[in-house]
Design a protein around this ligand. Sequence first.
Ligand code: 5GP
Ligand code: ZN
Length: 144
Amino acid sequence: MSNDCIFCQIVAGQAPSAPIAETESTFAFMDIQPGSDGHLLVVPKRHSTDLRDIPADDLAEVALESQRIAKHAYSAWDADGVNLLNCCGADAWQTVFHFHMHVIPRYRDKDKDRLRLPFEPGIRGNQDLIDSLAASMRESLGEG
Ligand code: 5GP
Ligand code: ZN
């Protein structure tokens, strides 16, 4: 546990939360600044900073628990869709540096849903740039 981490404090019961579910290695609770009705967070109980340092077993458990809860958003809350979101790094909007998956139920009813796409859809990218980024990632991955 990291003492100055708000999510570690929530997992330990030392800070308040509206809990949803708990497994051996994960804890799920409601987000206090929801982007839509029912927006919640799934965290590993063990502290990791972000996507780069979370152990594979914690990442797998968080993903599976996010899927389990996401399915229930349809039955419990009449969601029309769900977004899973993870932010890795301040430049990717991470503000709490304990790994977490956002489970964000989505609704056709916009009174329940304040999310908008963060990028402009429908704008075709520069194909040369797409190809060269694919090549540098393949090289970095050792994919030939
Ligand atoms: P991030 O921007 O790091 O991906 O998301 C952090 C999320 O944690 C935000 O959606 C924010 O509303 C939520 N959050 C921050 N502090 C607290 C807290 O003390 N309790 C709860 N339940 N959520 C929090
Ligand atoms: Zn923590």
